[in-house]
Each structure stands twice: as C-alpha cells, then as structure tokens.
Write a protein that binds this ligand. Structure first.
Ligand SMILES: CC(C)(COP(=O)(O)OP(=O)(O)OC[C@H]1O[C@@H](n2cnc3c(N)ncnc32)[C@H](O)[C@@H]1OP(=O)(O)O)[C@@H](O)C(=O)NCCC(=O)NCCS
Length: 178
C-alpha cells in the first residue's frame, strides 16, 4: 500500500480514468451495459479525477456543478479491486468534496449504492431521501454541506512516475465512445 494522491485527470491520464470506470461499473458490477460514459463526460465543466496508490492508478471519481446556487454532484466513484480497503475511496470522496467547496459549491449530492451508505455516513454525508433504482440497482440519495470543506484533500502526484502498463488498462476502443 503506497501513498495515495488524487488529482484532476489531464491528457495523460483521462483514458485511464475511463478505463477504471469501465472495469468497475461495466465489467465487474454490470451496473451499466456497454458503457458508463454519459453526457456529463462531454461537458467541459465536468471534473474527472484519478487517484494513484503508490505509482499505480487505482481509482476515479467525477464531479460537476448542477446549478448556479452551488449544488454539485459527485459520481463514478470507483476503486480497482486490487486497491480496495486502502483508503483510496475515502480520499477520492474527500478530494471531490474539497474540490467542489473550493469552486464555491455549497452542497454536494451523490446517488450511493445502498451497501456504501455507511461508508459515506462516516465521511459526514447524510441521507436525503428514499432509495430508488438507478440502472436497476438501489441507490441512496445522499448529500454533504460544503462550506467547511475549504482545504484541498489529496495531494499532487508531483514527479511520481506513474507506471501505466498498457496491460493494466487493456481498454476497449469503445471506452470513450458514446
Ligand atoms: C466503494 C469503494 C469506492 C470504496 O473504495 P475503497 O478504496 O475500498 O474505500 P476505503 O478503503 O476508503 O474504505 C472502504 C472500507 O474499507 C475500510 N478500510 C480502509 N482501510 C482499511 C484497511 N487498511 N484495512 C481494513 N479495512 C480498511 C474502511 O473502513 C471502509 O469500511 P466501510 O465500508 O465499512 O466504511 C470501492 O469498494 C468500489 O469501487 N466499489 C465498487 C464500485 C462502487 O461501489 N462505487 C461506489 C458507488 S456509490
């Protein structure tokens, strides 16, 4: 288990961001069929985040503003199986919250797979309505107030050499389509 760093994906790591999401939501969980890419990925204001554990990319989250009143949404939280229970998920959530707060957000919402409700509650999130199906799977609406989250969580990868073995992300060419 290495140091965990989170940062907004750039040209070098945006493909890995999509590949991790695809592996978790399409291949592992089957929550989405074919692709988990949606219109928010084409919105230039959407922030695509990656996390590395040591020198390996390990997880993702995505966030975007929903309105001008400061409502933000976080989704596509995914950690590769081999990196789970190493706090990558926790740090991605904190990074998303801190990033939305730094952008002037007031509330962040998420639609959380019901088995992850406790995980989010421990991070200060609260339930904000009844669970409802999303892509056929029960999801719990949750939210967190942002004003307190003024410091940027996570850290910059700096000069860390990220070893993105191509076989680590043997991604389908369809990944970024749609
Ligand atoms: C949900 C998910 C993102 C969590 O990521 P993660 O990196 O495993 O998260 P963390 O390591 O920060 O914490 C996970 C749990 O492991 C525990 N944990 C953390 N470090 C640990 C360690 N060193 N040893 C044992 N347990 C540990 C945490 O307490 C936490 O427990 P909890 O679920 O009871 O709160 C990940 O499991 C995942 O990608 N799942 C599939 C996709 C998914 O469900 N996405 C979220 C949709 S809402």
């Amino acid at each position: 288990m290495g140091r965990v760093a989170c940062w907004p994906a750039g040209r070098k790591d945006i493909a890995a961001h999509f590949a991790i999401r695809h592996r978790v939501f399409v291949e592992e969980q089957g929550v989405m069929v074919f692709t988990d890419v949606d219109r928010w990925d084409r919105d230039p204001q959407t922030i695509h985040v990656v996390a590395a554990s040591g020198n390996r990319l390990a997880g993702t989250v995505r966030l975007y503003r929903l309105d001008d009143a400061g409502l933000w949404k976080g989704d596509r939280l995914a950690v590769l199986r081999s990196h789970r229970t190493s706090t990558v998920g926790l740090q991605l959530v904190r990074f998303a919250v801190a990033t939305a707060a730094a952008a002037g957000g007031t509330i962040m919402q998420a639609s959380v797979q019901v088995q992850n409700t406790n995980f989010f509650e421990r991070l200060g999130w609260t339930c904000s309505g009844p669970a409802a199906p999303y892509h056929g799977l029960p999801h719990q609406p949750m939210q967190i107030g942002l004003p307190g989250a003024t410091t940027r969580a996570g850290s910059d990868p700096g000069d860390t050499e990220l070893h993105l073995a191509t076989e680590q992300f043997a991604a389908s060419p369809l990944l970024v389509a749609g």
